[in-house]
Write a protein that binds this ligand. Structure first.
Ligand SMILES: O=c1[nH]c(=O)c2[nH]c(=O)[nH]c2[nH]1
Length: 302
């Protein structure tokens, strides 16, 4: 019996990088959590304890910080592409790299009706994400870009039903034609290409389509809502090939106030945190190109 090394990657996870542009009095802030990973032939490090091929994760960290200054962060996607390409160039044994970025949004603090120049407040729980995967080097190098968001918490207090479902001997769920529907949405969309796309504007536009579709679509199930949101995004953005969702159904149960002689006509709920339905779906163009390595090692998607 032989024992061999299987797939592997290594890098520095969760570099917390804050880049402030302070060339004028009106500062700009970008607040990132950056993870790097190198893939390739690093077998000597694993099987022989030989580090000759290994660019330390410490150096990867330093590179991530240095490029935040040298390349800048015009968008998380462009920064991640530059960093992934730089790492592959720097490491002869690397066949590819993946850079994952989460961005935390800061808003200017309103003072006297205007956003302050250099004071900011963190926006909610929502996080912008990107995953850039580079494979190969030189001419034939491939590059995949995913953009996305996590923890976009939304709720509709009516306009949602769930009925007509399959029933068996363990089914106790009551059918409903009026319920609260809430989720903390994770969505990631894959660009077929980003040529000519302003990725900051595109992020805002996709987010806005997701929100308006959630708000205005009558929902017969979270599944139907996800499909509607995905279709709307693909219709509005020709350069997006597919979008994947992971959506916990954050159940809101009518609280039984009848026990106290108090009427509850869909007005008081127990917001249960566990368990939750987990609804996941991909919405894709039927002629989308192959995703290649775009989703490799991206957790939480079907
Ligand atoms: O939108 C829903 N989809 C389901 O599949 C499901 N299952 C369930 O119990 N409640 C819901 N709600």
């Amino acid at each position: 019996m032989g024992i061999v090394l299987g797939s592997n990657q290594y890098g520095k996870a969760e570099n917390r990088i804050v880049r402030i542009v302070r060339d004028t009095q009106r500062h700009e802030i970008r607040d990132l959590n950056v993870s790097t990973a190198l893939r390739g032939d690093f077998s000597r490090a694993h099987t022989q304890g030989d580090q000759a091929d290994v660019l330390p994760t410490d150096s990867q960290k330093n590179t991530a910080f240095a490029l935040a200054k040298e390349v800048g962060i015009s968008s998380p996607e462009e920064y991640a592409v530059a960093l992934a390409r730089h790492l592959v160039d720097a490491v002869p044994a690397a066949s590819g790299a993946q850079v994952q970025v989460q961005e935390y949004a800061w808003d200017r603090i309103p003072v006297d009706g205007a956003g302050h120049d250099h004071s900011f407040v963190r926006r909610g729980t929502e996080t912008r994400t990107t995953v850039v995967t580079v494979d190969g080097r030189g001419e034939g190098q491939r590059c995949w870009v995913l953009s996305g968001l996590t923890d976009l918490v939304v709720l509709k207090s009516t306009g949602s039903e769930f009925r007509g479902f399959l029933k068996d001997r363990y089914t106790t769920l009551a059918e409903t034609d009026d319920r609260v529907m809430a989720t903390a949405l994770t969505a990631r969309w894959r660009w077929s290409d980003t040529e000519g796309v302003d990725l900051d504007e595109a992020y805002a536009a996709v987010r806005s389509v997701l929100l308006s579709t959630f708000a205005t679509t009558y929902s017969r199930a979270l599944q139907e809502t996800l499909f509607a949101m995905g279709s709307a995004v693909l219709e509005a953005h020709p350069q997006i090939a597919e979008i994947r969702f992971s959506a916990p159904n954050k159940h809101h149960f009518d609280y039984d106030l009848g026990r106290f002689g108090v009427e509850n006509d869909g007005e008081v709920f127990h917001a249960a945190d566990r368990p939750y339905g987990l609804i996941e779906a991909t919405v894709t163009r039927d002629d989308a190109d192959e995703p290649g390595q775009a989703w490799t090692a991206v957790p939480g998607f079907v």
